[in-house]
Each structure stands twice: as structure tokens, then as C-alpha cells.
Design a protein around this ligand. Structure first.
Ligand code: ADP
Length: 681
């Protein structure tokens, strides 16, 4: 706190009593001394002396008791008191101020009637008559704040102590053996000397010390010891002037306590907490201010740190936001470029929460238009929005895949495939992701295919019926033809051998035709109703087939080996037919240059049994491996190897009817291996 500020604070009490601070040099309102009564006696003395004028000598540098204005006028508590004394007594008072030592010398030389502001000393007691004390004054040592240990008179040894000329302190210190003194004519001069470090310790009454230190702005550079002693202010007269003492005393009795208080408060100010602040309090205030400054500083640092953190966080958030919008843009671009319509639904209400561009295009709505479940599920029941909501909710139990008849905004209906899945994308709970695909074209092709299959099935059935009817009905006339041709041969063959030959040709052709017709009949009967599957022992079917082929096997000298065959679900007669045809072909298309070997086996292959009939016959060119299964397709003329080209076609039909496949592997000159598969039971 600056000195000006402190003086301003100290000026408050003056303002309270209606006065202003006279000037910067005016006394500070420091209550430096304890005021005591001016009238010790109960009754006023009765003076006999009578005077017209009183000359009072006093120290003119003892604020706030007596000191001078900047223009040299005396002012303070004592001038005001003596003025009032004069007013009450009618006796003029001449105040003569000066340096204290000088003033005492002049008084002792008889220059004045009264000497004021005197403490008791032994010498003065001898010379003067003392009034009752009117103020109690503490006398401490003022010392430079860089010193320590100044507590009492003894601790002053080794220092040159500043004193005021004529001050009671000189006698006090002398008694304590302190005689290294530097004398100054006034307290003001002494404090000025201390301020310029001429002396570092000084003995001084507290009131003027406080005043001058503050006024010179050096109060922080000095400290005060505990009081060395306290003295009391008195006015004195010479020993011989007893009457004068009584007269002066009687005059002071005319001044009321209230008036004195008024004068004192005028110069000292009213007690104020601040005005009583001693060094310790100032230190505490300083410490508090320091703490406040420190806390303020820390707060500033903290605020700056917070600001930096906020700025960093803001930067992070801004960049995260930028990333987020970049991601959002990427997601949107990708999402909108997907060719399937995508909807995100609330799993409970079915409310549409997110859609991509294709979703709007598919149903013919603007991109900006929010879609509802009713918009996209406006088909006829059961393709209405209620049913759609049912399926959305059903997704909670597992994914759903539906074909759905949707309604376009323009009113037309079309087929979509809907893939519903439960997803959890955030903490708002599960949602349903619906992926919709337009399957109109597929549906149309399926319908077309179904229609074609229906037509084919119908035409196949018709053909089968025709083949059956034709072959069945042809057998009768063919049999008649053969019978009568043979009759003709018997009757006329012996007479004319040419007729015999011709009839022979007719019979052969008719028999071939008969085989064709039978083959055809057999072929058309493969799918005939009533031929169900049972669990069949393939071994037994093979044995039966080999029995039918017994003569051919013997004639060809074939060796047939078979590994154990499994049980299969089959039409037993057709399984026998299968073995019979395939083994019959192996015999028919054997290589006459080597003994025929036929091997039959079966292997488990996944859900099927893979049967093989392998021979070491003439083999088949690979180019014909597919053609041999076409009906009536033969690789050999009937003249070389007999046959009608129905056997393998029949076998293929039987195998496919059982849900299996038939194919051949072959190497010409080495042999052929036929495979057929049947489902494992
Ligand atoms: P077909 O035996 O009456 O001619 P298939 O339908 O049984 O009629 O056989 C068709 C053709 O396949 C035969 O003409 C023959 O050329 C060939 N083929 C069938 N089986 C064998 C085989 N094991 N080895 C060689 N060729 C065969």
C-alpha cells in the first residue's frame, strides 16, 4: 500500500468529524499516545497570582501535539488547548515553539512562564513544578528493518543512537550506559537523517516517529522495538512559580472533558481499526495481499492452462468434426451408390429411420421425401403394411428372407426380395436393416420357365402316351406280319429260294422293328405310375441280371467280378434292367482279341453311391461319349453288332428318375467304364 493511500485511509476520521486533511504535511491521525486527564485534583486551586499574559514554550516538532504548518504557524493539540485556555481565562497566551533543547535552555534562562511537553526526569524534578500528566507517551527505539535483535537499551550497544537534543531519552540511555549518541535538533531532523541512512537506530517518542516516518514514506524501512519506557506529558513552571502553576491549573479546569476530547479527536482522529494498525498488522495485510496475489497468479496460470486445454480440445473437436463429416460424406456416397434399396427401421414401430438413394428410386419417390412403411408396403393383402410390420418385429427372433409384392408410387405392383436383419448400430437399441432388391425380371423368367416346364411336361406326357400307344398297337400287326411272313417262307421257300430270301429279309426287318417297338415301349414306361422305390439289395439285383445274361456270358467267355454292393432305395426291376443293359453292352462291345473282363463295384461318395461297370472292350471315341446316351444313337451298324440304340437312353432315364447321374469314361482299344450314382438311403 502506498503512503498516499494509507494517509488517505487515515484521513477518514477527520472527514467524519467534519474536517478535511489540512495538507500532506498535516498530522496523521495516528493515535500515538494515550490521553490522560488534565485535572488530577478534585477541586481547582485558588491562584493568587494575576497575569495579563502567559508565555508558553514548547517543542515545535512534536506532531500531533505541536508542529508547524508549511507556512510556519504552530498547530496541533496543544496550540488549540492553550487557545481555549486563553479564551476561558481571559489571559493572553503567547506560544513560543522551537527545537526542544533550545526551548528548554531558553526556559531555564527565564524567557517563558510555562514549558510544555515535558517528561519527568531527575534533573527536571529538581528545577520545575510539574502539572498533572495529560498524555502517556511510549518511547521505543526505531531501527532499520535490516537489523535484528533491537529489543531494549542494552541491545543498542555498539550503535550510534539518534536522539533529540534535550530529550528525556538522553538521560534514560545515559543511565543504561548508552552514550554513543548523535543529537539532532528535532525529531523531524532525526528521522530525515535515518531516512538517508545517517543513523540506523534512534530513540524517539512514538507519536512523532509514526508521523514523520509516514510523511517521509519510509515507514517500511524501519521497525520499532517494544517501548523502552513510557513517559507522561506535563507542562511545567519553575520551582518558584507555585502561584503560576495554580493559576494555569485553574484555567484548565475551565475546559470541559468534552471540549478536550473534541480537540484531541480533531488531531488524532477517532479510533479506527486501520489507524491502530501496527507493523504486524501491516505485515499480515502484506502477507494476505501476497497470498491473494499468489492465488490470483495461480488462478491466472490455471485459467491460462484451462484456456490452452480448451483451445486444444476445440482443435481436436474441430478436426474430429471434419473427420466425421468426411466420414459421413464417404458413408453417404457409398450408401447411395449401392444398387439395393436399404431401409433402417425401428424394430418396434417399423418407423423408417434411414434410407439410401436407391430406396427412393425403387418406389418412385423424391430423394427429399421421408418414406414410411405404408408408402413401401402398399401391396394387396398379405403384402400390406401391417404384415410388413409383423415381419420387421419377427426379425428380433432371427433374420428373415421374403419375396414381397410392393407397390410403386405410380400404382403398379412389382416383386421385391427383402432381406431383414436385426442390427445394433448405437446405444439406442436394436434396429432392423432391410435390403430390398427388385426381382421382377427373375420372377417373370421363373414364371416363364414354369410355364415352359408345364408345357413340356404336358407334351412329354402326350408323347409318352403316344409312344406307348404306338408301340403297343404296333406290336400286334408286327407279330402278325412276322407270323405270316414265316408261313409264306415255309410254303413257298422250298419252291423258289428267292422267295425264301425275300421273306427272310422281311422277317429280320420286322423282328428289328419289333425290338424297336419293345424298346420304345419300355422307354415310355420308365416313369409309369405305380413303380415306387423300395430298399433294394444291389447285390441281389446284380445276381438276377447276371442270371438273365448267363448264356451270353458263357458264350463270350467273360469273367465277371463284383465287389459287395450296398443297399439302395430303388425300383428293383429298373435296377436289374440297368445292370443287364450295361453288362450286356460290355459283352456286346467286347474286343475279340482278348478275354473279356467285367468288373462291378460301388463306392460311397457323399450322399451317393457311385456304381461302376468296367470292361476291357473296344472302347468309345471321346467325341461320342455324350452321344451314346441319345435315343436311337448307335455307333455301330446293325449289321456288325445288333442293337437298336435305346439301351443307354433307357439306362440314363432310369438313373435320373432315381435322382442320380449316368456317364462313361473310355479309352478306345482299352475299355470303357460306366458310372451311375444312386442316392445313399
Ligand atoms: P445298342 O447297343 O442297341 O446300339 P445302346 O444305347 O445300348 O444301343 O448303345 C449305344 C452305343 O454305344 C452302341 O451302339 C455302342 O456303339 C456304344 N456302346 C455301348 N456300350 C458300349 C461298351 N461297353 N463298349 C463300347 N461301346 C459301347
Amino acid at each position: 500500500m502506498t503512503q498516499r493511500r494509507r494517509l488517505a485511509l487515515l484521513a477518514v476520521p477527520f472527514a467524519l468529524v467534519g474536517l478535511t486533511l489540512p495538507s500532506p504535511a498535516a498530522p496523521a491521525a495516528v493515535p500515538p499516545a494515550e490521553a490522560i486527564t488534565l485535572q488530577p485534583g478534585a477541586a481547582p486551586p485558588q491562584p493568587t497570582a494575576k497575569r495579563l499574559k502567559l508565555r508558553v514554550l514548547l517543542d515545535d516538532s512534536y506532531p500531533p501535539y505541536t508542529f508547524r504548518t508549511p507556512t510556519g504557524e504552530l498547530q496541533g493539540i496543544l496550540p488549540d488547548l492553550w487557545a481555549l485556555w486563553s479564551k476561558r481565562t481571559g489571559i493572553a497566551v503567547e506560544l513560543v515553539g522551537g527545537e526542544w533543547g533550545d526551548v528548554q535552555r531558553r526556559f531555564n534562562a527565564g524567557e517563558g512562564d510555562v514549558l510544555d511537553t515535558a517528561f519527568h526526569t531527575a534533573e527536571r524534578d529538581r528545577l520545575y513544578l510539574f502539572s498533572a500528566p495529560y498524555a502517556k507517551i511510549e518511547v521505543p527505539i526505531i531501527f532499520d528493518s535490516s537489523l535484528s535483535g533491537i529489543r531494549d537499551a542494552a541491545s543498542l550497544r555498539g550503535f550510534t543512537v539518534g536522539v533529540k537534543d534535550g530529550d528525556a531519552c538522553i538521560e534514560f540511555l545515559g543511565k543504561q550506559g548508552i552514550d554513543s549518541l548523535k543529537r539532532y535538533p528535532s525529531y523531524e531532523a532525526m528521522i530525515a537523517a535515518a531516512a538517508r541512512s545517517e543513523i540506523r537506530v534512534a530513540c524517539i517518542d512514538r507519536p512523532p516517529a509514526t508521523y514523520y516516518l509516514l510523511r517521509m514514506g519510509v515507514e517500511n524501512r524501519f521497525r520499532a522495538s517494544p517501548p523502552l519506557y513510557s513517559g507522561e506529558f506535563h507542562w511545567v513552571v519553575r520551582q518558584s512559580d507555585e502561584d503560576l502553576r495554580d493559576m494555569v491549573t485553574a484555567g484548565f479546569y475551565r475546559i470541559s472533558a468534552r471540549e478536550r476530547q473534541h480537540i484531541t479527536e480533531h488531531w488524532l482522529g477517532e479510533p479506527l481499526l486501520l489507524s491502530r494498525l501496527d507493523e504486524k498488522i501491516w505485515q499480515r495485510i502484506g502477507l494476505a495481499l501476497l497470498m491473494a496475489t499468489l492465488i490470483g497468479g495461480l488462478l491466472l496460470v490455471w485459467v491460462a492452462t484451462l484456456r490452452r486445454q480448451v483451445a486444444a480440445k476445440t482443435r481436436d473437436l474441430t478436426s474430429a468434426l471434419a473427420n466425421l463429416s468426411a466420414n459421413e460424406f464417404r458413408f453417404r456416397t457409398l450408401f447411395d451408390s449401392i444398387n439395393d434399396a436399404i431401409f433402417l427401421h425401428d424394430i418396434e414401430t417399423g418407423r423408417v429411420q434411414l434410407t439410401n438413394r436407391r430406396a427412393h428410386d425403387l418406389f418412385g419417390y423424391e430423394q427429399t421425401q421421408a418414406l414410411t412403411l405404408a408408402d413401401i408396403s402398399a401391396g394387396p393383402p398379405p403384402f400390406d403394411s401391417e404384415t410388413a410390420l409383423h415381419w420387421i418385429r419377427e426379425t428380433a427372433n432371427g433374420p428373415q428372407m421374403l419375396e414381397w409384392l410392393a407397390r410403386h408410387r405410380d400404382g403398379r405392383t412389382f416383386w421385391i426380395e427383402v432381406d431383414l436383419r436385426r442390427v445394433v448400430l448405437d446405444d439406442t437399441g436394436p434396429q432392423v436393416l432391410a435390403v430390398l432388391r427388385d426381382i421382377t425380371e427373375r420372377k417373370e423368367s421363373e414364371e416363364k420357365l414354369t410355364r415352359t416346364i408345364d408345357a413340356l411336361t404336358r407334351s412329354n406326357t402326350d408323347l409318352e402316351r403316344f409312344a406307348y400307344a404306338a408301340s403297343h398297337d404296333l406290336r400286334e400287326p408286327l407279330t402278325t406280319l412276322v407270323r405270316y411272313a414265316q408261313l409264306l417262307e415255309r410254303r413257298f421257300g422250298e419252291r423258289d429260294p428267292q422267295i425264301g430270301d425275300l421273306v427272310g429279309i422281311i422277317v429280320t426287318a420286322a423282328k428289328q422293328m419289333m425290338r424297336l417297338v419293345e424298346g420304345l415301349l419300355e422307354f415310355s414306361q420308365v416313369d409309369a405310375a405305380g413303380r415306387g422305390f423300395t430298399l433294394v439289395e444291389a447285390n441281389r439285383a446284380l445276381t438276377v441280371a447276371l442270371g438273365y445274361l448267363d448264356i451270353a456270358i458263357q458264350e463270350s467267355g467273360a469273367t465277371v467280378t463284383a465287389s459287395p454292393l450296398p443297399m439302395v432305395g430303388a425300383d428293383e426291376i429298373q435296377l436289374i434292367q440297368l445292370f443287364q443293359n450295361l453288362i450286356g453292352n460290355a459283352i456286346k462291345y467286347r474286343d475279340i482279341n482278348r478275354p473279356l473282363q467285367i468288373k462291378i463295384s460301388a463306392q460311397h461318395d457323399g450322399d451317393f453311391w457311385d456304381f461302376t461297370i468296367a470292361d476291357n472292350g473296344i472302347g468309345i471315341e471321346s467325341a461320342y461319349l455324350d452321344q451314346i446316351f441319345v435315343i436311337f444313337k448307335r455307333l455301330h451298324s446293325h449289321g456288325t453288332i445288333p442293337g437298336v440304340g435305346i439301351g443307354l437312353a433307357l439306362c440314363k432315364r432310369i438313373v435320373e428318375r432315381h435322382g442320380g447321374q449316368l456317364w462313361a469314361e473310355s479309352t478306345p482299344g482299352i475299355g470303357t467304364k460306366f458310372h451311375f450314382t444312386l442316392p445313399a438311403p
